[in-house]
Design a protein around this ligand. Structure first.
Ligand code: SF4
Length: 317
């Protein structure tokens, strides 16, 4: 595969883009992420449900990539991460989609679960920038990223938006098949903060974020203790250099009920409030907190392939 300058080891055709380190030739087969080297996306559209400094009133120009290198059992985007719903497109078409989102008024280009397509994304961004793309680029990830791959994104990504899911190896092994999640995500976050050490907002645009790192944490049912450890780790390591987004919208999806009955419930508002109080007591000031009902299915986008057409739409007279 074409790695666009990302070194993947001795044999550049063998994919080692992420910590799964499969070493497979994705022009012929798939690795853990389930995807060949053809870009596959499930939706490219303005998205209103990110943090206010990302979505604003105009919306974030969000591209949902199919497949995933982590594949949590409770994934809220199960249809695209595990079932791999989506449409195949070229890197050139992806660059055109970025430009279409910019023309539609997007505040940024928001790449969701992009890690297994980094070389293709770099190519698409190079092409789109030559043609006038000027929006901040958001890298929206599970946090399970290889540092070497992130290094290739330096100068391409303005805002890192990683999850930080667990401290506990027992939980990360059970729910994400990644006993090393904490070590990997910690190293990845350090690299993200190295690249974007300070936040920058555009005051003229209602607080649109231009640069920065926002770390998301989704509270899972029964996991409050580990969530507190996550918040503590983030704050003690980075203080107010990063923003912490505490998320309450966990939605139990039908396929988890049988094997993981403990996840087949919504997060109690009381538990979420305890987590928020804990963060405030620690001194966390840069936080995004969700108001209202804990879990609403409306947080899960409809993966209807909107904006994901393999060819540009013809101009109407
Ligand atoms: S991107 Fe996919 S194939 Fe490549 S190492 Fe990661 S999981 Fe394996």
């Amino acid at each position: 595969m074409d790695n666009a300058g990302v070194s993947m080891g001795k044999e550049d055709r063998l994919c080692r883009l992420c910590p799964r380190n499969c070493g497979v030739d994705r022009s012929r087969t798939v690795g853990f992420c389930g995807m060949t080297d053809e870009i596959r996306i499930a939706r490219a559209a303005l998205h209103m449900w990110e943090e206010p400094c990302i979505s604003g009133n105009a919306g974030s120009g969000t591209v949902f990539f199919s497949g995933c290198t982590l594949r949590c059992v409770f994934c809220q985007n199960y249809g695209i991460s595990t079932l791999r719903q989506g449409t195949g497109i070229s890197a050139e078409r992806l660059g055109e989609i970025f430009l279409e989102l910019q023309a539609a008024g997007a505040w940024n280009i928001n790449l969701v679960t992009p890690g297994h397509y980094v070389p293709q994304i770099i190519r698409a961004l190079d092409m789109a920038r030559r043609q006038g793309l000027g929006l901040p680029v958001v890298y929206n990830t599970s946090g399970y990223e290889r540092v070497e791959t992130l290094k290739a994104l330096e100068g391409y990504v303005d805002i890192y938006l990683p999850d930080f899911k667990y401290v506990s190896a027992q939980l990360s092994g059970k729910y994400s098949g990644a006993l090393d999640y904490f070590d990997v995500a910690s190293a990845a976050l350090a690299e993200m903060v190295r690249q974007v050490p300070a936040a920058l907002f555009d005051a003229a645009e209602d607080g649109r974020m231009l640069k920065g790192v926002i770390v998301r944490h989704l509270l899972l049912p029964g996991c409050l203790m580990d969530s507190k450890k996550v918040v503590r780790y983030l704050y003690e390591t980075y203080g107010d250099r990063i923003y912490i987004s505490l998320m309450s919208q966990y939605t139990p999806l039908p396929h988890v009920a049988q094997k993981y009955p403990e996840l087949n419930v919504k997060v109690k508002r009381k538990s979420y409030n305890k987590l928020v109080d804990y963060a405030l007591e620690l001194g966390v000031a840069n936080a995004f907190i969700q108001e209202g009902e804990a879990a609403k299915e409306s947080f899960i986008p409809d993966f209807d392939m909107a904006g994901a057409e393999p060819e540009p739409k013809p101009e109407l007279d």
